[in-house]
Design a protein around this ligand. Structure first.
Ligand SMILES: [Zn+2]
Length: 386
């Protein structure tokens, strides 16, 4: 049985998908105005590892990634380059797709561009207004979070704690933590006509709509960086529950830790951004996987190029063990392969799995037997190409 740490229950929960043997996974995707940095790469590599492991355990995967092209950062970039927002978004969408290929991420099978869903967003918000769980204020439309009893449960915040946040600030909101659904009050360089006025669909509602239109009223795993837990995922869950009518329409909320650089959050202004494409070009995706998977996905990590390079002897060992692979597998090695898979069953414990894999490689180099089929099976789970 595979267990995954669920941010909603704060425990490792048994993973049992709604549909037998098919895990439907939504990953919060890129905002299309810049390249993929190593923090983003870690997210997609984590879920790729999860999917590869699920596949190994006989469960299929259906992975949806939203591509955020309606966003102020995209518009700003478009304006500064005197381009349409679509041209900017498409450029970075292509770069993102190239990065996934370079990272050997094969699990993502649906990319949903938010701008293709605006009409659906509008219809969904109209329903919330009809049902009186949304309201107009300041020229915008907001979700009335007081109507959702469980609001705050995902991010583990009491009503008082929630009230301390001032989101989407506007004077006439019923509560300052209410979430924007459609923004008509700001002057955007690109805007959409709607029954609420000219404006843009707000980001939480974009994702809810993408999920509803692709997966219907439930799916199994929602993934993304831990920093998205509040308000983004809390808001998405609140909205999604209203449409699905289910108490738990998403089984597991699975969050990946942050990758810091020089102890700080990566940002262009600090000049500490590490781009995925540069790392892959310099070291290859195999080494990047061995480095990132040597830390548990829930940990925050401080990116350290030296630690990445230190994985080189391990990778050499993998290649040498591969050269020694034969036709049969000794029972001791079979046992270790099972232990490797069991480590991944346990909330994707990749550090432990890698230790076992290194042990397997050492034993094979010392004369134990592993079949090529078994060796490739393990590499396939890790996404290591030989
Ligand atoms: Zn999202």
């Amino acid at each position: 049985m595979i267990t995954l740490f669920n941010s909603f229950t704060s425990t490792k929960d048994n993973f049992e998908p709604f549909k037998k043997d098919l895990a439907r996974i939504f990953i919060c995707g890129p905002t299309l105005y810049d390249y993929t940095h190593v923090g983003h790469a870690r997210i997609f590599l984590t879920y790729d590892l999860l999917c590869r492991h699920l596949n190994e355990r006989g469960c299929g995967t259906d992975v949806l990634v939203n591509m955020t092209d309606i966003n102020q950062n995209v518009f700003n970039k478009a304006k500064s380059e005197s381009q349409d927002y679509r041209a900017v978004a498409m450029f970075y969408a292509n770069k993102f797709a190239e990065d996934l290929v370079a990272l050997n991420v094969k699990s993502v099978n649906r990319l949903a561009y938010v701008s293709d869903y605006v009409e659906y967003v509008e219809n969904h918000i109209a329903k919330l207004l009809d049902n009186k769980v949304a309201y107009y204020a300041n020229g915008n439309v907001y979700l009335d979070t007081s109507k959702i009893k469980t609001y705050g449960m995902l991010s583990k915040q009491s009503h008082d704690q929630l009230l301390r946040h001032r989101l989407d600030i506007g004077p006439n909101k019923k509560s300052q933590n209410d979430i924007m659904l459609w923004n008509c009050s700001e002057n955007f360089d690109f805007a959409w006509q709607s029954k609420f006025g000219e404006g843009i669909p707000w980001w939480h509602m974009q994702d809810t709509t993408v999920a509803l239109e692709n997966f219907g009223t439930n799916y199994d795993i929602h993934g993304g960086a831990r920093e998205l837990l509040y308000p983004h995922h809390e808001a998405h869950l609140a909205q999604y529950k209203l449409f699905s009518g289910l108490e738990n329409p998403v089984k597991i909320w699975m969050h990946v830790g942050i990758v810091l650089a020089k102890g700080e959050k990566m940002s262009k202004s600090l000049g500490n951004v590490v781009w995925s494409k540069d790392l892959v070009r310099k070291y290859g995706q195999n080494l990047l996987r061995l480095y990132l998977f040597s830390k548990h996905y829930r940990e925050d990590i401080n990116f350290d190029e030296n630690q990445l390079v230190e994985k080189k002897p391990f990778l050499d060992k993998v290649h040498l063990a591969g050269l020694k692979a034969s036709e049969k597998t000794d029972s001791e090695i079979s046992g270790l392969i099972e232990a490797f898979l069991e480590a991944l069953d346990d909330d994707l414990n990749s550090p432990k799995a890698l230790e076992i894999f290194e042990n397997i490689c050492s034993k094979v180099m010392a004369g134990k037997n592993i079949s090529l089929v078994d060796f490739e099976r393990v590499c396939q789970v890790l996404g290591i190409t030989t």
